[in-house]
Design a protein around this ligand. Structure first.
Ligand SMILES: NC(=O)C1=CN([C@@H]2O[C@H](COP(=O)(O)OP(=O)(O)OC[C@H]3O[C@@H](n4cnc5c(N)ncnc54)[C@H](OP(=O)(O)O)[C@@H]3O)[C@@H](O)[C@H]2O)C=CC1
Ligand SMILES: CC(=O)N[C@@H](CCC(=O)OP(=O)(O)O)C(=O)O
Length: 334
């Protein structure tokens, strides 16, 4: 049995972690924490997230000094904002914990990327070096060795799972950059209230055009440029990415199918469609990324769907935990 602490447990991703970890047979939750100033300190997680009522009725504890929470803890999940994870991860690592960070603070090994896309200067280049990027289907060997796992962003998970098998198999003509148009539900922006995310304001609109931080995250890890345009949709959760690419001359539909099958036939959290393309409703609340595609001449359209809070965050984090500690990869997820 491993002891685990969930930091940022009151947030959307944090609550999903709680839901997976309380029923994980090898994990024992030691505490759930929020910031020292949190309005939610002292409340029960199940009062904030009633789906946990009677299952996990633990209090949310204000955390000002991590040392009050580290005794006997093996694994810490950071479901906190990028700047907060950037500050906390080194402290938990120094206390001997394995850290699984859901933020973007350690995803790209290029300190110059952080001031431009995250608005802060990275203080821990040595940890950027050590962190393993937890795109779980592709990183199992590296995940087994590391003490710092950086879970990919929600859009980058769907985008890379859709594109990586095709790029690795040399099927795409990358002179035409893959074009990723992806729509997310509002929970992607977190639980904190904001006018831009309020019910009457949200409709369907692109944002972050040409400057969203997930564009370089995707491009760096795929090793190729992409055009990425996120959209905010008026639904609570889920991401649907429609990705347009050009195939190399002579590449057939069967070769595309073979590349996806070769990559994912033994990967239970990626579901491939033989016919048609996936819809959001079939993944919301589930830990899968669903992928389908269509080919016409040299044109390929791939559609990938996932729940942003699950395969795009908490489920992938638990999948990384399972791989890291040698548990069944889908333990507590399906
Ligand atoms: N939402 C999504 O779809 C996805 C989110 N992510 C990433 O996961 C992380 C969490 O996201 P999300 O759940 O949406 O965010 P939320 O805003 O919903 O939750 C953030 C949590 O962090 C807590 N918190 C804030 N400051 C501190 C602190 N100093 N110490 C401890 N806890 C703190 C908040 O509580 P309080 O403020 O009350 O202290 C809250 O519990 C972010 O880095 C996000 O980028 C990744 C993929 C998808
Ligand atoms: C709808 C919405 O606002 N989504 C968030 C992405 C959330 C996420 O996965 O990304 P990070 O972990 O990189 O923050 C955004 O565009 O900023």
């Amino acid at each position: 049995m491993l002891n685990t602490l969930i930091v940022g447990a009151s947030g959307y991703a944090g609550a999903e972690l709680v839901n997976y970890l309380y029923r994980h047979p090898h994990m024992n939750i030691t505490a759930l924490t929020v910031s020292a100033q949190s309005n939610d300190a002292g409340k029960l997680i199940s009062d904030l997230h009633p789906q946990l009522k009677g299952l996990v009725d633990m209090p949310l504890q204000a955390m000002s000094d991590i040392r009050e929470f580290t005794a006997g803890v093996d694994v810490v999940f950071l479901a906190t904002a990028h700047e907060v994870s950037h500050e906390l991860a080194p402290q938990f690592l120094a206390a001997g914990c394995v850290v699984i960070d859901l933020s973007g603070a350690f995803r790209v090994n290029d300190a110059g990327f952080y001031p431009r896309y995250y608005g802060f200067t990275h203080q821990h280049p040595e940890l950027l070096e050590q962190a393993v990027y937890g795109l779980a289907e592709w990183q199992s060997e590296k995940l087994k060795e590391t003490r710092l796992i950086s879970v990919p962003g929600c859009y980058p998970t769907a985008s890379q799972l859709a594109l990586k098998p095709l790029i690795d198999a040399g099927l795409l003509d990358l002179n035409q950059w893959p074009v990723i148009n992806a729509t997310s539900g509002v929970s992607g922006a977190g639980r904190k209230a904001a006018i831009s995310n309020s019910f009457c304001e949200v409709s369907l609109q692109p944002y972050g055009i040409f400057n969203h931080r997930h564009q370089p995250e995707i491009a760096v890890h795929l090793g190729t440029s992409v055009i990425f345009t996120p959209h905010l949709g008026n639904f609570p959760r889920g991401i649907l990415a429609t990705i347009t690419c050009r195939l190399n001359k002579g590449v057939t539909q069967q070769q595309v199918a073979d590349a996806f099958n070769a990559a994912y036939q033994h990967k239970p959290l990626v579901r491939l469609y033989d016919k048609g393309v996936p819809a959001l409703k079939n993944v919301v609340g589930l830990p899968f990324c669903d992928i389908g595609f269509a080919v016409q001449d040299e044109h390929l359209i791939v559609v990938a769907t996932e729940d942003n809070l699950l395969k795009g965050a908490a489920a992938q984090a638990v999948q990384c935990l399972n791989i890291r500690f040698g548990f069944a990869e889908t333990q507590s997820l399906i």
